[in-house]
Design a protein around this ligand. Structure first.
Ligand code: PLP
Length: 366
């Protein structure tokens, strides 16, 4: 036999998603502050529901009805306007695939979530990056990058890996000036970590406009990254289109049972948010105290902080030094952030240790 199947050129151009590490280069298990998981674990009610899931020998509810009903009740959304996905990652991919293809452009901000480039390329579209403003979204630059080929705009709020946040007014201003035939995918993976008074109004935009899809996940504040469940809301027409191309039976029986119970335990989500806000503030203060060594924390509304290293201590040396002391963090040279480390907010004890290690490394650097 000669020859072999040739992937489409746009697929061949994809660099696979790089997940956060949990082991050091020499194979040691590390405390994982590299994937923005919840250090408090999972709601006890959600764990208990696992045992009650439908038998694994039976196919799950293909439409995740109980979960969509629970989400609809919690957020005041008609379940017909909700779709569930195998992580919100599946929903980002089907949104790009439904509305963009070869010759089209998919737009996002520089230092955006790394999956956006992958889902854009996967459907043959051209990924386009708009310049940032001090690591945050520059509305004018983003709007300036819209062309008549732009079909989808991805915007994470809070953004990963920077943690930066757009206010309700900024988001409304951006949406108002976006052409109505461009789909705005507002990725709210970290929304549950934002104080309710600072809500960015994304769910209202999705409720009132035909070109807004809001995506959310159970992987972060709900502490259910291993179950692979996300959801999205938008106009019924939009949801109907996405339902045609999502995976059939995309949420297993266990995933549906556990996440439905988790929606019912908002106490766990509130506790996770409050813990995160308190520990993040303490950690940011510890980083700011190292300002004379060139360390700086990008303002974050998420469950991680992007620490910039602009002095003698480099981000790479800090990353390696933390790994040597047992902590996995995220160094992102592939995303143009060779001078930054994204550090997930862990327990208080973990953050005290990380801050102490950073101080020692910074004071020892020359
Ligand atoms: C901004 C953002 N969106 C989406 C996701 C995807 O999460 P999942 O597929 O686990 O729902 C992540 C995960 O890190 C993220 O940071």
């Amino acid at each position: 036999m000669t020859g072999q199947p040739t992937p489409k050129p746009w697929i061949a151009a994809i660099h696979a998603y790089v997940p956060g590490k949990s082991r050091s280069a020499d194979g040691r298990e590390l405390v994982k502050l590299s994937a923005n998981e919840n250090p408090l674990g999972t709601s006890a009610a959600a764990l208990a529901a696992r045992a009650l899931a439908v038998m694994p020998s039976l196919y799950p509810d293909p439409d995740s009805n109980a979960l969509r009903d629970a989400l609809g009740k919690l957020h005041g959304i008609d379940p017909a306007r909700i779709i569930c996905g195998t992580g919100s990652g599946e929903l980002l991919a089907v949104a790009a695939g439904a509305y963009a293809g070869p010759g089209d452009e998919v737009l996002y901000v520089r230092y955006g979530f790394s999956l956006y480039e992958i889902v854009a390329r996967r459907c043959g579209a051209t990924p386009v990056e708009a310049p940032d403003a001090d690591y945050g979204t520059d509305i004018e630059a983003l709007l300036g990058a819209v062309t008549d080929k732009t079909r989808v705009v991805f915007l994470a709020n809070p953004n990963n890996p920077t943690g930066t946040f757009m206010t309700r007014a900024e988001l409304a201003r951006l949406h108002a000036r976006l052409p109505s035939d461009v789909l705005l995918v507002l990725d709210q993976a970290y929304a549950e970590y934002v104080a309710p008074r600072d809500d960015d109004g994304g769910l209202e935009l999705a409720a009132n406009h035909g070109n807004v899809l809001v995506t959310r996940t159970f992987s972060k504040a709900y502490g259910l990254a291993g179950e692979r469940v996300g959801w999205a809301t938008g106009a019924p027409e939009l949801i109907g289109v996405l339902n045609r191309i999502r995976g059939p039976f995309n949420l297993g029986n266990g995933a549906q049972a556990v996440t439905t119970a988790a929606v019912g335990d908002q106490g766990f989500v509130t506790h996770s948010r409050e813990h995160n806000a308190a520990e993040r503030a303490r950690f940011v203060a510890a980083v700011e105290a190292l300002g004379n060594h060139g360390l700086r924390a990008v303002p974050s509304e998420a469950n991680f902080v992007l620490v910039l290293f602009e002095g003698a201590l480099s981000a790479e040396t800090a990353h390696d030094g933390l790994a040597a002391r047992g902590y996995a963090t995220r160094w992102l040279p592939g995303q143009g952030l060779a001078h930054g480390l994204r550090i997930t907010i862990g327990t208080g004890k973990q953050m005290d240790e990380v801050a102490a290690i950073l101080r020692e490394l910074a004071e020892g650097a020359r």
